[in-house]
Design a protein around this ligand. Structure first.
Ligand SMILES: C[S@@+](CC[C@H](N)C(=O)[O-])C[C@H]1O[C@@H](n2cnc3c(N)ncnc32)[C@H](O)[C@@H]1O
Ligand code: SF4
Length: 390
């Protein structure tokens, strides 16, 4: 083993480890969404799916060192289609296989159209301590244009159910630059979200993703300048209300950053189980990425075997600077060079050329070993990150 590999394998044992669990079903597919989500026909096969997830976790852990989980994220699709009993059985199964950090963050994504007071209480009792509610907008006509299965009242009700169930850590997902949305309407949406005092807000620019209905038949969207102004007005409103932006689309009250997502952006390790889930793991000096097959029925059959893998590859060291930068430069505070060395096993010198090129173009700022995108760089994140390509 080389000295770099030796350092990496020691470091990996100390790197935080997260677990992502994918739930691939939704009541109906939204026309803008390119996540691995499938309209549900019939009942959710929840027992079979939880069994498959645990088989998949056993497969994932076959060659893994024992490490402690710092966060779990149940994402989708729509995990809130599952009962509290099913989520409880999943979390118990995970706890039998891995140890949990005492302050572990356990998030579950909920769609307001599937919010249920009893389910929320059961999720909380099962150990979920953070809910992420997909509100998108508080305007009825916007929700309709987005093909959502709920109106504004259901979103308000979902937040009330969550608070009643004892959730002290809530995220709301909101999108802007929606079909025919005016600047005032975007501000009104954000104010409605702020009135609910969530601990965290994800504020996404609606994008037209390939292979979606909106991509094929784009709705009338605000122009680029208006969308830009919406983002700036949103940033100002959020800052006024005590939410600090820490990533391109993520804003949090003090101490309420999403630990799970931070781990992605800090290039930490994560296991990924479920249909279409992605994992990234560092072992013996090698960073590996794995992806599961995407179709729910095919996954149910293959879970627990190598047939559930769509991809399993080591990342070549030459690709690591780009992979790292693509994540870490999304963070407002960027990264420290020793963190790059710890997470990739490469010397900081491997970044010298792209850092010089980016600083020369005014895209980066450096202070000691800390590196971050400048305000200009945050507006041109793709060209900035491309400077780190091999
Ligand atoms: C995987 S979804 C999970 C939430 C849940 N399925 C729901 O929609 O209520 C995560 C979030 O990504 C955002 N999102 C999805 N597609 C998007 C797009 N094309 N552009 C911007 N944000 C998008 C939405 O805000 C959504 O709530
Ligand atoms: S409910 Fe969420 S995951 Fe499902 S299709 Fe809509 S945006 Fe995508």
């Amino acid at each position: 083993m080389s000295s770099v590999e030796c350092r990496m394998s020691n470091e990996a044992a100390h790197m935080p480890l997260a677990l992502y669990v994918h739930f691939p079903w939704c009541v109906k597919k939204c026309p803008y969404c390119d996540f691995n989500s499938h309209a549900l026909r019939g009942e959710v096969p929840e027992d079979a799916y939880v069994d498959a997830l645990l088989r998949d976790l056993d497969f994932e852990l076959r060659d893994a060192e024992a490490r402690t989980l710092t966060s779990i994220f149940c994402g989708g699709g729509t995990p809130s289609l599952f009962s509290g009993a099913a989520i409880g059985r999943l979390l118990e199964g995970v706890a039998r296989r891995l140890s949990f950090a005492p302050d572990i963050e356990v998030t579950l994504e909920a769609n307001p159209g599937t919010a249920d007071a009893a389910h929320f209480r059961e999720y909380r009792a099962a150990g979920v301590n953070r809910l992420s509610i997909g509100v998108q907008s508080f305007a009825a006509e916007q929700l309709q244009a987005l093909g959502r299965i709920h109106g504004p009242e259901e979103a308000l009700r979902a937040v009330a159910f969550a608070r009643d169930a004892g959730f002290a850590n809530l995220n709301l997902d909101l999108m802007y630059a929606l079909p025919r949305q005016s600047l005032d309407a975007a501000a009104a949406d954000l104010r409605a979200a702020l009135a609910l005092a969530p601990e965290h807000l994800s504020y996404y620019h609606l994008t037209l993703e390939p292979n979606t209905e909106f991509h094929a038949r784009p709705p009338p969207l605000p122009d680029t300048d208006t969308a830009w102004t919406m983002q700036e007005q949103g940033q100002a409103l959020l800052a006024d209300h005590g939410y600090a932006q820490y990533e391109v689309s993520a804003y949090a009250r003090p101490g309420r950053r999403c630990r799970h997502n931070l781990n992605y952006w800090e290039f930490g390790d994560y296991l990924g189980i479920g249909a279409g889930a992605h994992a990234k793991r560092t072992a013996a000096g090698v960073v590996r990425r794995r992806a599961r097959i995407r179709h729910p029925r095919a996954f149910l059959e293959a879970a627990g075997t190598a047939a559930a893998l769509l991809e399993d590859r080591a990342i070549a060291p030459a690709e690591l600077p780009f992979e790292f930068a693509m994540n870490a430069l999304r963070l407002n505070e960027g990264f420290a060079l020793p963190q790059f060395e710890q997470r990739t096993g490469l010397p900081a010198a491997a970044l010298a050329a792209p850092l010089d090129a980016a600083a020369g173009r005014g895209l980066l700022e450096r202070a000691g070993t800390q590196v971050r995108a400048s305000a200009h760089g945050r507006s041109f994140l793709n060209p900035l990150v491309e400077l780190f390509l091999p």
